[in-house]
Design a protein. Structure first.
Length: 485
């Protein structure tokens, strides 16, 4: 019987806390096998693995240790991310949501108190719009549109008399296309009822536009609706006594943002079409068809300052991104001030502009109109006029002033519309292309050059302004304090 040699065992020498391992010599091994075995022994001697293990067990232990190390690293990374990211977000949400709920509740609570305080006068506005007001026509301006695609026409006395006799009125009245505000979400054309009542007595054909709001549509959908409304007015206002050559776009609050943005984008499109030599390129109207623009307490720049202002009012950044756009670039593209600064050449295509802002505005900062006016002035817009109303509030143009029969803002609109169409020497002397800034009731000399002439020319219109209702000023001052706007 042949003698079978038992397999060689590892020789282990202990040096303190470390172990040195070397394989027993083996006969019949090639030089490459011996070199590989020596390399394994060297790694073992380096202390990668200590103890008494077989080679296979040693390899499995190394692989297991590597897997455990990787898992530990991944777990540490996740723990670090969770503690600095997810956990931080959870903590932020935990205090931010209740805080925003409190802020929004306070805002809505003040709004509720304001409505209750002025419930009688506010109901009279809606009663006038829905019942007692005469010669108010509601017409759908978009074929196949919904309930929101309607506009109310407040006929002038001359137009109403002509239609009562079965005749078409003379198309001689200036036309105001009114874009109501409402924070891009809660607006309605009825908000402009008393405002339209005063202006139509002065001889203006007022067209109050109703359009879709968020969440039904976004900003672009609101622009589309108002663009269709302006197209309808330009084509049909002559049938109701309006002059299609004198169509003025008037916007209040978010409506001013929609109107200014629509005109800025239209001016840019007009320039692009002209550069391509496409003419109007199928456009239903251009900026040259618009006689002027009036912004009342408008928002013209969706910047961080304004977003933070809304956030502190309770309108969280999440809601803002849903309404205005998810990215900074989208929000800038929906800001008239940014569009004018990015492309100053479009200012030359914009119609004459009148910007009116009240110093007591709580929701739309005065800086919005100031920055827009500055951007237009720097771009050398043909005609820009900035009126600062001392002491008024955000709702003054369409609610408070009409309830008091305070005609300061309406007077400024009438005189500037006359100025845009005047061809007298006074206008030429003051400089047709010079931007202007003045305050209602305290106008500096730059406004005096044409105001007296305009007042004489528009005396009949100013005398026709209503003197009722006459809500006491102390009541309106209390309402200004209560309103969150």
């Amino acid at each position: 019987s042949s003698h079978v040699q038992p397999p060689a065992r590892r020789q282990v020498q202990s040096f303190g806390r470390h172990a040195s391992m070397s394989p027993a010599p083996a006969k019949g091994m090639t030089r490459r096998a011996r070199a590989a075995r020596a390399a394994v022994a060297a790694k073992l001697n380096e202390g990668l693995v200590a103890g008494s293990m077989a080679p296979v067990e040693l390899q499995e232990s190394c692989q297991l240790n590597s897997i455990l190390c990787c898992m530990a690293a991944v777990a540490a990374t996740c723990a670090t991310w969770g503690s600095g990211g997810l956990a931080q977000r959870l903590v932020t949400v935990a205090w931010r949501v209740p805080l925003q709920v409190l802020r929004l509740s306070a805002f809505l609570g003040r709004l509720f108190i304001y409505i209750v305080f002025l419930l009688g006068p506010l109901l009279s506005i809606f009663l006038y719009w829905g019942c007692t007001g005469r010669n108010i026509l509601s017409i759908r301006f978009k074929t196949g549109g919904g309930l929101r695609h309607t506009c109310d026409l407040y006929l002038t006395p001359a137009s109403a008399d002509a239609r009562a006799r079965g005749k078409l009125p003379q198309p001689s009245a200036p036309v105001l296309v009114l874009i109501a505000g409402g924070a891009w979400a809660i607006g309605h054309k009825a908000y402009c009822a008393l405002f339209s009542r005063a202006l139509r007595k002065a001889g203006f054909l007022c067209v109050a536009v109703d359009y879709r709001y968020w969440p039904q549509v976004g900003i672009d959908g609101m622009l589309d609706d108002n663009e269709a409304a302006i197209e309808w007015v330009l084509r049909n206002c002559a049938l109701y006594g309006g002059d299609p050559r004198r169509v003025v776009v008037v916007g209040h609050s978010s409506g001013a943002h929609i109107g200014a943005l629509l005109l800025a984008r239209r001016a840019a499109k007009d320039l692009d079409n002209e550069a391509k030599r496409d003419g109007a390129a199928g456009a239903a109207w251009t900026c040259a068809d618009i006689f002027g623009f009036v912004g009342l307490g408008g928002v013209y720049h969706l910047n961080e300052c304004f977003m933070g202002h809304l956030h502190r009012k309770g309108f969280d950044y999440v809601i803002q991104r849903l309404v205005f756009g998810a990215t900074y670039e989208v929000q800038e593209s929906r800001s008239p001030t940014s569009l004018v600064r990015a492309r100053p050449e479009i200012a030359s295509r914009l119609p004459p502009m009148l910007l009116i802002h009240c110093t007591g505005d709580k929701i739309s900062p005065q800086a919005q109109s100031e920055a827009f006016f500055a951007a237009l002035s720097e771009a050398r817009a043909p005609d820009v006029h900035f009126v600062l109303q001392e002491g008024g509030g955000h709702n003054d143009p369409v609610i408070h002033s009409p309830l008091m029969s305070d005609t300061g803002i309406i007077r400024a609109i009438i005189l500037n519309v006359w100025r845009w169409g005047a061809k007298d020497t006074t206008r030429a002397a003051e400089g047709k292309h010079a931007p202007r800034c003045c305050k209602v009731g305290n106008a500096p000399g730059c406004c005096k050059a044409w105001e007296s002439t305009a007042e004489l020319a528009c005396q009949d219109m100013l005398d026709a302004l209503p003197s009722w209702p006459r809500l006491p000023k102390v009541v309106i001052n209390a309402a200004r304090r209560l309103t969150p706007f």
